[in-house]
Design a binder for this molecule. Structure first.
Ligand code: FES
Length: 211
């Protein structure tokens, strides 16, 4: 950090000034240096890049706390989930509702979360599959993986996919997340059922976040 206050101090709390542009308020006055300048309160109006040491140390302590929380979250995720689950969760494929799909499955899980799966068919094969969910990270990973692997499969092949297959494709899930894989597989089956029966595409209700 560069000290360049030239021995000058914050007009509000009296601590040394730093050469940093911040829009956060002074710890004492609640005003930023920029605001102090606008109101014509004197010398600080010529230097909007100044911020007092109190503010800077408070900010760096906050930065350190955020970094520590982020590090802890990543560590916990790695201890709980496989690398594949983490990758699918952070970079989900096929996420989004499909316009004009050939089939839709919408299932509400017992946990309160919802999964939607959309299929576009080419004859009896799945040409494209997308998903949407308001569920947890593992559910996102399950939707991403499932909609990827079914592409090009026939309905008969897809119907044979079990929860355990999806869990295995993700290199495992913790016990408490197994139902997320079940939700994804059940939703896919629901979509296939609609497709096979030639049923009308269900309209999404408001509480599923639908249109
Ligand atoms: Fe509800 Fe994962 S916790 S689907």
């Amino acid at each position: 950090m560069v000290w360049s206050g030239g021995g000058r101090t914050c007009p509000h709390c009296g601590s040394p000034l730093l050469d940093r542009l911040l829009s956060v308020p002074c710890i004492s006055s609640g005003r930023t240096q920029r605001e102090a300048g606008r109101t014509g309160s004197g010398r600080e109006s010529n230097n909007e890049r100044e911020v007092c040491v109190n503010q800077a140390s408070r900010e760096s302590a906050f930065d350190r706390m955020v970094e520590e929380i982020q590090r802890q979250i990543i560590e916990d995720e790695r201890a709980t989930y496989s690398q594949k689950v983490i990758e699918e969760y952070y970079n989900p494929k096929n996420l989004g509702r499909m316009s004009d799909p050939d089939a839709v499955g919408i299932v509400h899980g017992w946990c309160g979360d919802t999964m939607e799966i959309y299929l576009r068919m080419n004859g009896s094969r799945i040409e494209e599959a997308t998903f949407m969910t308001d569920g947890c990270g593992p559910t996102v990973a399950c939707g991403s993986k499932l909609t990827t692997v079914v592409r090009g499969m026939s309905l008969d092949q897809v119907y044979q996919i079990e929860q355990a297959d999806l869990v295995s494709a993700l290199d495992g899930l913790p016990e408490e997340s197994l139902h997320c894989a079940e939700l994804a597989v059940n939703t896919l089956r629901e979509a296939i059922n609609h497709c096979e029966k030639g049923e009308e595409i269900p309209r999404l209700s408001e509480n599923t976040g639908g249109e």
